[in-house]
Design a protein around this ligand. Structure first.
Ligand SMILES: C[S@@+](CC[C@H](N)C(=O)[O-])C[C@H]1O[C@@H](n2cnc3c(N)ncnc32)[C@H](O)[C@@H]1O
Length: 196
């Protein structure tokens, strides 16, 4: 964060307030809709295919905890939802999801003490400031347990983000797919990576 100019930090703070307002108004309720479900299904498929049995999972930019909600409690040993919008985390907490922890924290600065079997950036990595993306990526790769899996979902192209992730010498790509919907312009790319 110290890397960011005062004006960038101001924009960052303003964006966070905007997320809070939008979550309070229910603007993001649609993330639980069926059209969105396909990308959560792909992430869950990757968790089950490449993660260990009953992994510990951290979801960065988790919003209201929709991914956590779409998993069965026997699919994980522990689930940590992280978002800097207090309003979204309140909604996640209100769901009382089993074996779940929901924290208000900023991906730009947050370093969890523990390591995880699976870390997910589900429609969140592209919100990280351009100047901080490498540092953030490296910090969270470091929070993966040995053999841990990083899963990233990005709406549409996200080419800069994929270039950065694919160039990391600390990651090996396990899978990468385009997830389409009934709408030609609505699609996501989802990648799974093993920490090496
Ligand atoms: C498009 S929403 C995705 C929510 C959730 N991952 C999902 O797909 O259901 C993006 C989320 O990233 C969060 N976010 C953006 N920048 C963040 C940051 N610097 N630290 C933590 N969360 C952030 C927003 O508050 C928002 O909840």
């Amino acid at each position: 964060m110290a890397k960011l100019s005062l004006i960038d930090r101001f924009h960052h703070w303003r964006r966070k307030r905007r997320w809070d307002k939008q979550y309070k108004k229910g603007k993001w309720d649609y993330l639980a809709n069926e059209r969105e479900a396909v990308r959560y299904h792909k992430i869950i498929e990757y968790i089950k295919t490449y993660g260990k049995a009953q992994p510990s999972i951290m979801d960065l930019g988790a919003g209201e905890g929709v991914l956590n909600e779409r998993l069965k409690d026997f699919d994980y040993s522990q689930f940590t939802n992280v978002d800097y919008s207090a309003a979204s985390i309140e909604k996640a907490k209100a769901k009382n999801l089993p074996k779940a922890k929901s924290l208000v924290a900023d991906i730009h600065t947050f370093t969890p003490e523990e390591q995880f079997d699976v870390i997910v950036f589900n429609e969140a990595f592209y919100y990280v400031h351009l100047d901080l993306r490498q540092e953030v990526l490296d910090r969270f790769i470091d929070r993966l347990k040995p053999n841990g899996v990083l899963i990233v979902s990005i709406y549409k192209e996200g080419q800069d983000c994929w270039d950065l992730i694919n160039a990391s010498p600390k990651l090996k790509q396990l899978n990468f797919e385009v997830v389409n919907t009934d709408r030609e312009t609505t699609y996501w790319k989802v990648g799974a990576y093993r920490a090496i």
